[in-house]
Design a binder for this molecule. Structure first.
Ligand SMILES: Cc1ncc(C[n+]2csc(CCOP(=O)(O)OP(=O)(O)O)c2C)c(N)n1
Ligand SMILES: CC(=O)[C@@H](O)[C@H](O)COP(=O)(O)O
Ligand SMILES: [Mg+2]
Length: 628
């Protein structure tokens, strides 16, 4: 079987089980090889090879709708639906997306990237199907991690109530990115350990036979039976109670088991849930042994699984991780929360040092935020580390629970700005706009990794009220880290280069671009002032008034959406103070969803480049020379 010859799911439908097993092997080799060059979500995909083939073999995509939750495990689906030959472009600029994309294929029914949306989407599709009196299947595939998300539970509640035909596939590999957590996870664990049921059943039979003979021990034995029976009846109870017929648990790597159960489930009326047990990373030893690392991996050496990492300065995440541990060592009130991203946020290290002060709440950003509010109201100092894109889920909790009550919660917002390969679902470019309009909220962004540590310290130890520190994905710019943490005065910008005529107000990594541009502008006889606008809110009003008095023109630069962003706040400031003699130009991300690509490429795409800053400043300078 030549993978590149598979252009359509129909091409696998004549295969025998042996043929499917051979194909599974080839797909795994294909993934291991391709992803060693491009990087990507290897372990989740290695785990769903047989499951994906079984679904495409038995059912008829795209008439039947396969809806992948999160979508990071849809690579095998992409291969089967004619995209194998594009895998060398995976997650690259203009290349194949790492998630389902409707523009890529009619088989990609639902676009994702964020977790736990599949069941709600499936419910919508099921209602639409029924109202239109159509007959196709609706098949959401959700992981055990994604099932910890509140949205999934809200949808299950509705699915069980509506009783419409739908086949929910629960892909249970016991892992979120890290080992999964929570009471539902424990329930699945009990269901999964099927041998235990068989053992319990044997045990009961054994005891039953013994009862007449053991006389006085009858009571004890009966009690044991009762306990054992309790275990037996929990099989699927949670889902059954919610109104879904439960099938499983079944071995997700065994085609015979998959076929038998999926066919049976398909014949059942109403909503069903098929509990499929898979192994994350299956078939590639390094990924099986370290599924967390291989969840989403950069290019690696196939033989060892070693990541081909370029040496460089520490990442912002690493600096956050180290700093928050140091702060917590001196202050026992500091607690840390993650929503299923311990390694991604660097809080896994905090967990090792302070296991009792660390909380992984699962994929539950909303709960995490209100949990932090609860902790803060009783005097603790919660630090909530969440990626910018996922914090979008918590908007109301930040507003209603944290900001409104003016609670001291520190939001460590990682992956702020472009994130690169994950693309439009994951870029952290909206948080300035969705945070800065909230009363009581303080929003900061450091110009480098050294400033990040001081900001964290200032936020946790010298502030009261909601405060956000946003920082980018990847390495810092390579500056020295000060050994002592110091307080940064709230609402004070930093002038990094004196100048005249034009002031560049830059946020975060844009400060370094602005400095480079200012150097280049000297050859044109233009000497702009460069300001590190480290507080997005509150603004440094004193400095802004001074700039107005000295008749500066202004260029703002941020790696965020311009509507409602930092530049907008500067416009608002001068407009509200009737200082309309100042020309303000805003550089940032336009009103569009920006695709995937390397961070430098995407910055260039939207004009956040040194060249463009030079051009914009020259334009402003020429315009004002003409006017003068
Ligand atoms: C709202 C949201 N929060 C966090 C994430 C990051 N994330 C992506 S996949 C994943 C784990 C998903 O686990 P599971 O559904 O079990 O899939 P598996 O990788 O195990 O196949 C997490 C936490 C996300 N995509 N969306
Ligand atoms: C699918 C998903 O949401 C995560 O796996 C995400 O890709 C992680 O991103 P980082 O690589 O930036 O941690
Ligand atoms: Mg999982």
């Amino acid at each position: 079987m030549e993978l590149n010859n598979i252009k359509d799911p129909k091409d696998i439908k004549n295969l025998s089980i042996k043929g499917l097993e051979q194909l599974s092997y080839e797909i795994r080799q294909f993934l291991i090889e391709n992803l060693s060059k491009t990087g990507g979500h290897l372990a989740p995909n290695l785990g769903v090879v047989e499951l994906t083939l079984a679904l495409h073999y038995l059912f008829d995509s795209p008439t039947d709708k396969l809806i992948w939750d999160v979508g990071h495990q849809a690579y095998v689906h992409k291969i089967i639906t004619g995209r194998a030959n594009q895998f060398h472009t995976l997650r690259q600029f203009k290349g194949l997306s790492g998630f389902p994309k409707r523009s890529e294929s009619e088989h990609d029914v639902w676009e994702t990237g964020h977790s736990s949306t599949s069941l709600s989407a499936a419910m919508g599709l099921a209602i639409a199907r029924d109202l239109k009196q159509e007959k196709h299947r609706i098949i959401p595939i959700i992981g055990d991690g994604a099932l910890t998300g509140g949205m999934a539970l809200e949808a299950l509640n509705h699915i069980g109530h509506e009783k419409r035909k739908m086949m929910v596939i629960l892909n249970d590999n016991t892992m979120s990115i890290a080992p999964n957590v929570g009471a539902i996870h424990n329930h699945l664990e009990r269901l999964r350990t099927n041998e235990r049921y068989l053992k319990v059943k044997d045990e009961i039979e054994f005891l039953m036979k013994k009862i007449p003979a053991i006389g006085g021990k009858v009571a004890k034995a009966a009690e044991k039976i009762k306990d054992s029976l309790k275990y037996l009846v929990i099989n699927g109870a949670l889902f059954e109670e919610m109104g879904l017929t439960y099938f499983g648990p079944i071995d997700g790597h065994n085609f015979e088991d998959l076929f038998t159960t999926l066919k049976l489930a398909d014949k059942t009326d109403g909503p069903v849930l098929v509990h499929v047990v898979t192994k994350k990373g299956k078939g590639y030893r390094p990924a099986e042994l370290n599924a967390d690392k291989f969840h989403g991996i950069s290019p690696y050496k196939i033989e060892s699984g070693e990541v081909l990492k370029k040496e460089g300065p520490p990442t912002y995440t690493e600096v956050f991780s180290k700093t928050i541990i140091n702060i917590a060592k001196k202050n026992s009130d500091v607690v840390a929360i993650t929503a299923a991203m311990p390694s991604g946020t660097g809080l896994n290290k905090f967990q090792r040092v302070f296991p009792e002060r660390f909380f992984d709440v699962g994929i539950a950003e909303q709960h995490a935020t209100t949990l932090a509010a609860g902790l803060a109201i009783d005097g603790l100092k919660p630090v909530l580390a969440i990626y910018s894109t996922f914090l979008q889920r918590s908007y109301d909790q930040i507003l209603h629970d944290v900001a409104r009550q003016n609670l001291h919660v520190t939001f460590a917002i990682d992956r702020a700005g472009f994130v690169g390969d994950d693309g439009e679902t994951h870029h952290g470019v909206f948080d300035i706009a969705y945070l800065r309009h909230l009363p009581n909220m303080t929003v900061m962004m450091p110009k480098d990794e050294n400033e990040l540590q001081h900001m964290l310290y200032s936020a946790v130890e010298h502030h009261h009220g909601p405060i956000a520190v946003r920082y980018p994905r990847g390495s810092g710019i390579g500056v020295q880290l000060d050994p002592e943490l110091r307080q940064i005065p709230i609402g004070k910008f930093e002038i990094v280069k004196q100048g005249y005529g034009i002031a560049i107000l830059a946020v975060g990594p844009m400060v370094s671009l602005a400095e480079q541009a200012a150097k280049r502008l000297e050859e044109f006889g233009i000497f702009p002032m460069v300001i590190n606008a480290r507080f997005i809110k509150p603004l440094d009003e004193e400095l802004l008034f001074q700039l107005a008095e000295k008749h500066f023109q202004i260029l703002t630069i941020e790696e965020g959406i311009t509507s409602g962003g930092f530049g907008s706040s500067i416009l608002e400031f001068y407009a509200n103070n009737n200082l309309d003699h100042i020309d303000i130009k805003i550089m940032g991300i336009p009103d569009e969803f920006i695709e995937q690509g390397s961070i430098p490429k995407l910055r260039e795409l939207v004009g956040l480049s040194v060249d463009n800053i030079v051009n914009q400043v020259r334009y402003i300078a020429t315009k004002h020379k003409r006017r003068a």
